[in-house]
Design a protein around this ligand. Sequence first.
Ligand code: NAP
Length: 394
Amino acid sequence: MGSKTPFTLKWGIMATGHIAKNFVKDLLTDPAIRDVHDVCHEVVAVASSSSVQKAVDFCAKVNASTKTKVYGSYAELVADGEIDIVYIATPHSHHFQNAMLALEAGKPILCEKAFTVTSSQARKLVETARTKQLFLMEAVWTRFFPLSIKVRELVASGVIGAVYRVIADNSLNRVLPEGDLDFQDSHRMVNLDLAGGAMLDLGIYSLTWLMQILYHLQSDEKKEPPNVVAAINKYHTGADEMTSFILQFAKHKSMGIGMTALRIGSGVDYDFTGGPPIKIQGSAGEIQVMGPAFKPSAYRVIMKDGGGHIETVHCPIPKDQNRDNWGHGMYWEADECARCLRDGKLESDTLPLEESIVVMEVMESTLRQGGVEYPQPITTDIYDRLSSLNTGRR
Ligand SMILES: NC(=O)c1ccc[n+]([C@@H]2O[C@H](COP(=O)([O-])OP(=O)(O)OC[C@H]3O[C@@H](n4cnc5c(N)ncnc54)[C@H](OP(=O)(O)O)[C@@H]3O)[C@@H](O)[C@H]2O)c1
């Protein structure tokens, strides 16, 4: 049998920061290392809103092809006719305006988490993408890990019975001995102008585990947006630094308990001695997921009647030895985009847009209950082309 030529997805990269670098490295790894043979990726262009030189330096760092185009503005990127999809890796404060810029130019999008700052911005993006018949997806990479797929299959098959509770923690210890956090006040993690705070940056992963088990796995007619009860401790900048939220799914008698914090860590111990940051508890047993909630690396199933037998299943992230052992785990979400575009789908079944909206509603409710307020320029759901270019930095 002859092998079919894989479908190639041509990417345009918007922004040149930390996560754009990891993502592009993953795009450039050989799909065969993860046993993927039907799709592959090409980085057609990289754009920086700061300067064209920053895009040049970025390409050098990731060892991009000499054919990769470089732009000194996001406007030039979205106008490039060779690009199939734009990956948005700006701070979440800017996702709404940047995504609108790309949609207005007729480009499909993969947009980093948190999708937006408010749920009305998320609704506006979805509405615009649907009107223009363009693919749109929130880049919650964890959902596309083979480990996450396996855990969802185990839950759906009823191995641990009816699931009544999911507990998920995604916390990073970033406190200095003198008590401040290890970020300048201007850093996007704690700066309100850049939609800083634990919830939108890290809590989204705790919420991902609650949602992919307690919401995503329900049939469409049984899906129930949860009731949210939350509490927040704020940092001196006004951003949330410790946030806990309970999601109540009353019809299903289930609850999700989500946590995130910047002064303590969770799941950061790869020997798992710190215990699992994620526990999925059912009537017949429990599934525990180990490793950080955003990048899980193993799971185990503990049965109520298992006689103490517990097997830990390790799920390593494949590395490309021809590229300095690159392999972060972001390539699986990129493969999902390639398959959706190849098949003419406008959204992913694994992370439907309706779910990204519910996720934003939960986070908005949590932040509102904790009294976190973001400034008007980043909460507006009115598209402003000038803001979308990010030239005047706030
Ligand atoms: N999936 C994940 O695991 C993961 C991990 C970390 C972060 N993220 C998400 O990715 C996004 C970016 O995070 P990051 O850690 O990459 O941030 P970062 O290192 O600060 O990079 C952000 C980039 O956005 C561009 N930008 C445009 N307007 C900006 C402004 N007003 N202020 C600052 N930068 C601006 C800059 O690139 P140019 O100057 O080139 O335009 C900058 O390099 C966030 O939404 C974050 O939540 C995801």
